[in-house]
Design a protein around this ligand. Sequence first.
Ligand code: C2O
Ligand code: CU
Length: 484
Amino acid sequence: MSLSRRAKTLTALAATAIVLAPVAWIWQASLLPESYSIADMGRHDHGGHTGTDDASTVPVDALTVPDDREADVRATLTAARGTITLDSGRTVDGYTLNGTSPGPEIRAEQGQLVEVVLENSNVDEGVTLHWHGVDVPGAMDGAAGVTQDAVAPGDDFVYRFIADQVGTFWYHSHQVSHEQVFGGLLGPLVVTPAEGAAAADVDVVVLAHLYDGRRTVNGRDGTDHVDAPAGSTVRVRVVNTDFGVMPVWVDGAPFRVAAVDGTELHEPQQVEDVAVEVPAGGRGDLEFTVPPGGGVRVNLSASTALLVGDAPVEASIPPTETLDLLHYGTSAPIGFDPGDADREFEFGIDRRPGFLDGKPGFWWTVNGELVPEVPMFTVAYGDIVTMRIANDSGEAHPMHLHGHHAVVLSRDGVAATGSPWWVDSLEVRDGEVYEIAFAADNPGIWMDHCHNLPHAAEGLVAHLAYEGVSEPFLIGGPAGNRPE
Ligand code: C2O
Ligand code: CU
């Protein structure tokens, strides 16, 4: 080799090394350890507050309801891997609870203590139950590696919480949730007002789920039916357990959206020919009166619907207009002043090329960073918190904060003028900016993530932690915790 040829080769090698070294370093830095605590993860963000650094802490699994109170509603749910048979006869591989998917409906009255024993029959990766939308005590949230260890085959876990909030909720596994929820490890939970309060004549859940590409309502790949005579009032509790937003529309009667995400709306007007968009994870309660001599069809898609009474079998085409909850109903006090917030957070969603745990890809970012460098939003009990969610990622994200309900203040700078719009699952479309506010009134360590669950598994996740609450669990670890 001539000298100049050799020099050229060396220069080329050196240049390659200069280019590759930082890439190798970035790759290396993206690798997640076998097990780690989310408390050590990410960027602690105090929301403009100087932390109090109170040394006394309580572990998140100590945040329970008192043991000595008797349960009012009890259920045992046994999780298993299995085959789900839809009413068309088609079978899908998935997960069942007590042999079915969706699992049994749990109903409680406001104020009752609900106690659910989760048993794992044979799900090797382990299972948990998260009470989506219920602001349970910190230890009961069911997030594997955050609030408990995943329940191994042959083991069980007891969930106890007081059903303080009236409304429509659901439960689902929060271990490997993008697979287990997809596979049907879920079910509905309804909390009704304590006896004596006015109720609809007919009160029914319609839970939408996509089993292996098949749209279903209450586990049926077609329509479900409920009897309701003309003149009766009907409340239909729509639960969207899918990964995408679901437009719901009603044929045959004007209706009101009585509640969103388990909170009653204030003076909702009667509407018709509009679609109500229920985000992934979200719920919408629709109320109407069955018209004389007719039925009502509540459409979840062109092929899935709830037929009420003597309803038309054919669906209409979905209305082009969508109900805007920012201006629906009338305003009412929200109970605190968001203008006087103690903490202000930014949840910026974007996307960029990089490595996620060593895998190259075009990954979601939170405030410009990839997992594990995502925010740990830190609050103190009693704080009033605002959060600005800005989505520049090119796709919509249904954002879900555990343990709290947040009220929407504005979207794209336009203030909310309708009923207080309390959410736990908020559809944030590409290019949108939402400002929300909540009271930090439920100590714990809470996930705050996209409910298009594959997105969460791809890194669209952050956490909200209370000062003084410590994290005894590990992601990974002996239990193999993988909450996303
Ligand atoms: Cu319904 Cu963290 O989820
Ligand atoms: Cu998403």
